[in-house]
Write a protein that binds this ligand. Structure first.
Ligand code: ADP
Ligand code: MG
Length: 618
């Protein structure tokens, strides 16, 4: 099969194959970095100062809306928290309902839409999705490597935690696309670590590996089985709110009570300075027995022994997670061939000691734990670039396959680069009360609107039993077999009514045309995302408008005339915003309507409950 290269900077398709560097990216919760392979060896790319390969995953919006990413943005966390976004990885692919009980953790505003649409972040009067924010980090990494190589890059492998679900993986891919990167593969972080340690090259009967990853704010452990170059995740466990920050916190608490710092801690600047000293103490104690420093008039001291007593409960918790992961994988510690250390916090000596006694073997720590995931991503990238012939490349789909959803949006079901054969199912529902038929239109391509993609066919699922909108459960299944034949099946799960079609997606399209479609989607990524965000805001607003109208109808008696009038005027404002094309205005009107109606909804609920209780003896 001939390979067709894309030159994004020139906007051209090259017929003859040209060797291109594919980059590897570790998009972390706390820090991110980029790496590539040079003559078969992975290396990470450092900043202009030549020192640090880590870029803090922090984004700051200046008052003129220009964006800072990395160290400069991190400095704004204390002075301007509302306009400074951190830990955005925690929000990828999440709805507000998913993060509702964690919202106090974030210093910035996450919009409460009270439903399961994806979260948005409000910075003054602008609304951003986690995808757009992650794209800012990716753009910074892309720029860094382009400056370093003095060449443009457009293809990437990005790593994600093994526990990421489809929505989180898709969001990561979308962020890459928005940053101008063609994401060839999403790779699990523990898999990347194992690649970096060269474990897949061992020709033995295969091996079992535990990857212990303690980062800045998260902990996870994965048990992997590697056989014939194939990686299988046997189990994962962890705590998404346990990391290096918590080690810093126990030091702060210790000093605070030892030196009576409560009064000083009311000052945000002092608090931040103390936090930095605590982190410095932690890092120093990874190499030395004692730490001593001053802050204002205070002398701060900590010995390694005291530090280890303080953090012991946290480390014990991570060991419990390791045991749980082993149990899920039905393995004993003796059956683990290698323990790999990942994440900056694994430099703490106590962690190494405890892991050694748990597993009965010395953990692998020869590679830099901050860099190991990015290095593995660069190795995977080099394999995809065709530079490593020992690895077999599986057959993959060249373009994404999906269906049309409300507003003419493309909903990708089988993403491009999926392995063949493949089978994926996703559930949908109706949007109109009593809807009997559902049209399923199948498209191929990377654009966000189906009108810009290639239509492969359509069919109608008939005889859906009449139900209110949103109640029927319709499963759409895509099955792509080894011969490249796609079977699309739609089934209403209550009535078991079903219909299907068969299509050959590669029929009538040349490789060059496919490459052109891909190029088009990269060129239009930003405009497409803007369209998608606008259409999604409209869809969401329309359902909020409908729900609000129903709400007034059912509860008018409970509210005062003024309240009903105000509520109606908020609805009217939202209706007007929906007519326009400014998604920030729609989101703002929606946010205001939700904020106004929330206390009313609570009152209505209380009222309805007490009505229901009347006359009943408890
Ligand atoms: P993430 O994967 O979440 O982006 P990292 O792997 O970059 O995070 O880990 C960042 C954490 O590592 C921070 O809490 C930092 O303080 C900690 N860390 C870095 N170096 C050391 C060290 N020498 N000793 C102890 N902790 C360290
Ligand atoms: Mg990490």
């Amino acid at each position: 099969m001939a390979k067709i290269g894309i030159n994004l900077s020139e906007g051209k398709v090259n017929k003859e194959e040209k060797k291109e560097i594919i980059i590897g990216i570790d998009l972390g919760t706390t820090n991110s970095l980029v790496a590539y392979s040079k003559d078969g060896n992975p290396i990470t790319v450092k900043g202009k100062d030549g020192k640090n390969s880590l870029i803090p995953s922090v984004i700051h919006f200046k008052s003129d809306k220009t964006v800072l990413v990395g160290d400069e943005a991190k400095e704004k966390l204390i002075t301007d928290p509302e306009n400074t976004i951190y830990s955005v990885k925690r929000l990828m692919g999440k709805s507000f309902n998913d993060v509702d009980n964690q919202k106090d953790y974030f210093g910035y505003r996450i919009i409460d839409t009270d439903d399961d649409s994806l979260v948005k972040i409000r910075v003054e009067d602008k609304f951003y999705s986690p995808i757009e924010l992650s794209a800012q980090i990716l753009k910074t990494l892309k720029k860094r490597i382009e400056e370093n190589l003095e060449n443009s890059v457009s293809k990437a492998v990005i790593t994600v935690p093994a526990y990421f679900n489809d929505a989180q993986r898709q969001a990561t891919k979308d962020a890459g696309k928005l940053a101008g990167l063609d994401v060839l593969r999403i790779v699990n972080e523990p898999t990347a670590a194992a690649l970096a340690y060269g474990l897949s090259l061992d020709q033995n009967d295969g091996q079992t590996v535990a990857v212990y990853d303690l980062g800045g704010g998260t902990f996870d452990v994965s048990v992997l089985r590697i056989e014939n170059g194939i990686f299988e995740v046997l189990s994962t466990n962890g705590n998404t709110f346990l990391g290096g920050d918590d080690l810093d916190r126990v030091i702060i608490d210790h000093w605070s009570s030892l030196y009576k710092l409560e009064d000083q801690l009311a000052d945000a600047n002092f608090k931040q300075a103390l936090r930095l000293k605590a982190e410095l103490a932690k890092k120093t104690l990874s190499k030395q027995e004692t730490f001593k420093d001053t802050l204002n008039n205070f002398t701060l001291e900590l010995s390694k022994d005291t530090f280890e007593v303080l953090i012991n409960p946290l480390i014990e918790e991570t060991l419990n997670c390791c045991n749980a992961a082993l149990k899920d994988a039905k393995l004993s510690t003796a059956e683990i061939d290698h323990v790999l250390l990942v994440g900056g916090s694994t430099r703490v000596p106590l962690i190494k000691e405890k892991l050694q006694s748990l597993f009965g073997k010395v953990p692998n720590d020869t590679l830099d734990p901050d860099e190991v995931v990015a290095l593995g991503a660069a190795i995977q990238a080099d394999i995809l670039a065709g530079n490593n012939r020992e690895m077999l490349l599986l057959d993959i789909t060249p373009l994404s396959l999906g269906i049309e959803t409300v507003g003419g949006l493309m909903d990708v079901i089988l993403p491009r680069n999926s392995k063949i054969p493949s089978s994926v199912g996703r559930n949908y529902t109706t949007s109109i009360d009593g809807q009997k038929n559902l049209k399923v239109a199948v498209y191929q391509g990377e654009r966000d609107l189906v009108k810009d993609n290639r239509k492969l066919g359509e069919f109608i699922l008939t005889d859906i039993p009449p139900m209110p909108a949103g109640i029927p459960k319709i499963e759409i299944q895509f099955l792509l077999d080894a011969d490249g034949i796609l079977k699309v099946k739609a089934k209403e799960l209550r009535s078991e009514q079903e219909t299907e079609i068969r299509i050959k997606p590669s029929y009538g399209i040349s490789e060059e045309e496919m490459a052109l479609m891909l190029l088009d989607s990269m060129k239009n990524a930003e405009a497409d995302m803007a369209q998608r965000v606008l259409l999604e805001a409209r869809n969401e607003a329309n359902s909020v408008i409908l729900a609000s109208a129903k709400f007034i109808e059912q509860n008018a008696a409970i509210f005062s005339e003024v309240e009903v009038k105000d509520l109606k005027s908020y609805i009217q404002k939202l209706k007007e915003a929906v007519e326009g094309t400014d998604k920030d205005l729609i989101n703002k009107a929606m946010d205001e309507l939700n904020t106004f109606s929330r206390p009313l909804a609570e009152r209505a609920m209380d009222h309805n409950i007490s009505e229901a209780m009347k006359g009943k003896k408890l």
